[in-house]
Write a protein that binds this ligand. Structure first.
Ligand SMILES: Nc1ncnc2c1ncn2[C@@H]1O[C@H](COP(=O)(O)OP(=O)(O)OP(=O)(O)O)[C@@H](O)[C@H]1O
Length: 264
């Protein structure tokens, strides 16, 4: 087993404010983590460290067994898959779906005059098929629905066989059908032993795809609980994270949480 991500007493301070406060956390290559917490808890900041986009103020962060601050982050980032609404915004709207995926092989966001190897084109089509996008391959990215765009961005991020895949709220703003379809695909991907380690940030337990194995709960920059999902995702831990009591249910691999009725 290889540790793909390791934070040791990692703090991130901006304007004298601790945005992350002594976070210690490890992700192994066979694990699929959900990071759950309220708005402003520090989830995206954790992903900033995990994607080698920023450095901790104190403590240490190792990504793919490389210590941030002692490694060429540009090279390291080629081994990391990352999907967020910001990565999607960088894609030119007129770009063909196949090219959005293919250009990941060259770490660029718009096709110019590059010549792509046949092996890269085959890999792009394999990934497009895996994410049910082959029929859309010739369509412009900007004309896709939000759900289709999300799947294209995930396909792009796995095109280069990353060693860790980080997803920042992949199902945010999707309608019920598009969300469920994406969760089914993420669940299938998470369940494959050939898939990389995964870390997915979300606000909602309903958006946890079956097959995710671990959960990290954060609030106010502090890690409240971390561990195997069945033991860690409890109503008591949700209450500590979100500040109100929940009825938590778990059926057919899916979680649901509703606030307990307040006593009147
Ligand atoms: N560079 C920065 N300078 C100042 N404040 C920052 C900086 N980066 C993050 N913050 C603040 O730190 C807090 C945590 O931000 P972060 O984006 O990590 O939270 P989050 O859990 O991802 O929130 P959300 O769920 O709303 O996306 C927020 O209050 C944010 O305003």
């Amino acid at each position: 087993m290889t540790t793909v991500l390791s934070l040791t007493d990692a703090s991130y301070v901006r304007n004298q404010r601790p945005i992350l406060d002594s976070v210690s956390w490890q992700v192994d290559d066979s694990e699929r983590w959900v990071v759950l917490g309220p708005n402003g808890a520090g989830k995206s900041t954790i992903l900033k460290l995990a994607t080698a986009t920023d450095f901790p103020t104190s403590g240490s962060v190792d990504v793919l067994e490389e210590r941030l601050g002692k490694v060429d982050v540009f090279e390291l980032r080629t081994r990391i898959g990352f999907v967020s609404s910001a990565t999607a915004r960088r894609i030119p709207p007129h770009e063909k779906v196949r090219d959005v995926v293919l250009t990941a092989a060259y770490a660029v966001e718009g096709r110019w005059n590059e010549q792509y190897d046949a092996i890269d084109v085959r890999q792009a089509d394999r990934v497009l098929a895996e994410w049910d996008l082959l029929e859309l391959a010739e369509q412009n990215f900007g004309t896709l629905s939000d759900g289709e765009q999300k799947r294209v961005m995930i396909a792009r991020s796995v095109m280069t066989d990353p060693e860790v895949l980080l997803l920042d709220e992949p199902s945010a703003n999707l309608d019920l059908g598009a969300r469920e379809r994406l969760l089914q695909m993420l669940s299938g991907f998470a369940s494959s032993p050939f898939s990389p380690a995964m870390v997915m940030v979300t606000h909602h337990v309903e958006e946890i795809p079956p097959g995710f194995t671990h959960v990290l709960l954060v609030r106010d920059g502090k890690l409240l609980a971390a561990g195997p999902i069945e033991q860690t995702l409890t109503s008591a831990n949700l209450e500590a994270t979100f500040g109100l009591p929940f009825d938590l249910t778990h059926a057919n691999g899916r979680y649901a949480a509703v606030a307990k009725p307040s006593d009147t």
